[in-house]
Design a protein around this ligand. Sequence first.
Ligand code: BGC
Length: 542
Amino acid sequence: MKRRKLWYQTAVFYELYVRAFKDSDGDGHGDLKGVIERMDYLADLGVDCIWLLPTYPSPLVDDGYDIADYYGVHADYGSLEDFKALIEAAHARGLRVVTDLVMNHTSDQHPWFQASRRGEAPYTDYYVWSDTDDKYADARIIFLDTESSNWTWDEERGQYFWHRFYSQQPDLNFDNPAVQEELFDIARFWMDLGLDGFRADAVPYLIEREGTNCENLPETHDYLKRFRAMMDEEYPDAILLCEANQWPEDVRPYFGGDADDPTVPGDEFHMGFHFPVMPRLYMALKRGNRTPVVDIMKRTPEIPANTQWCTFLRNHDELTLEMVTEEERQWMWKQYAPDPRMRLNLGIRRRLAPLVDNSRHKIELLNSLLFTLPGSPIIYYGDEIGMGDNIQLHDRNGVRTPMQWDNGRNAGFSTAAITYTPAIDDPIYGYQRVNVADQLANPTSLLYRMHKLIAIYKEQPALALGDLNFLDHPDRALLAFERTYNKETILCLHNLSQRGVKLRAPTSWDLLADVTWHEGLMTIPPFGYRWLKIEFGRQRLL
Ligand code: BGC
């Protein structure tokens, strides 16, 4: 299918945790000015869009996803002026900026909730209250390790309130038109500062209905479509990225348009995370077998021509295993989280490099899949240099440690005596060994490899927009597919095993090695990968 090129369909995203990135004032916390100081690093890396994790005032029970004021910036991070300056610094370098918009819930410290629990108008019905805790019993609990119910008793109001996440995060009542309007206004406020869009957090859960699992309800989609219409009307260049940790067929409606006709433009979200492909990349790698990836991509419906998936290897949360079977989950835990401290809720709280035992080949192979399978790739800060994690830290904090800039004090992140959390300092992943400065001085570093993958990705629209066609090969360790766009085909070859895989390759240009291959036998080394541009009309042999 021919797609028109829209900026977000070919963009590389960088997920950035402000607290961890760079501390500009020596208080031990990263801040917005620090991000500005390091903007050139991001521009040089070649990414197109920064996704900032929440920077709103918050008691930080859920690290900022519990918002106490939608119209401000947390004092640790700076001011609204700094936020604006960050956007300007990004735009000056041709980068865009999106941030989280947490729609589903607020902090219990938010003045709306404080007023609501006192029964004060007009906030009385801003949240979901009930006299009993047995409503909506079919809704699952998401933070399984900490919450035993989606209802919590509030002494002051004398009622239970509904929450899909921590009990300090009451869900807003989206059946209330006033709440719906509030979110419109909040979006306008941030867009007027010059932002390029939002990652809309936890959107499947906006509305509750008895007898359903309270996820992906038609009423939720109705509201989100109205939200999009407002954005299109008032901020036509902005994007909305949907965070719905669901199966591909359940995410499809979040793009809008017509499920049976992908030529009908999407009218809900511009982008949506593809959650289920992520654990399957790790699964395929560990099994040396392409099947999990091929199966989930075949199960992925076509999306409207004006939309795009977002893909990732890791993010600020646990590596979620919600979208796999129980048997697969147990297997993944056994393989990738042998120590119980590595597990959290239904996932694994580890970073990319430690997940693959710091194997440079495997880190690159997974990144190659990230850049060649459909979807705009998102890089999680620090993974471009192979940072490690600290599983001793609470909740998901182990994957949110300071960015490792150099081998100096606090990894070059901060001059403070004590930082919000210590930089990784172990014999393998410690900042003395893993840091930006060293990798910039070494042309063979992972960081430079990432520069190269990004640069080629951006030169080759087929990798972003091309149709996907899996190719057969008797050896299931070979994950081979073509991406075809505008008469250009790129053959992507991945060897998921620790032995060489042989195949017959067509005459082609090797985009990564900058050499021509002549038709004939090719061996892909253990965990190796190739991006081969094939002359149009040539046969691809395998
Ligand atoms: C975010 C989490 C957060 C949760 C509740 C998720 O989508 O990625 O970090 O805890 O929403 O807001």
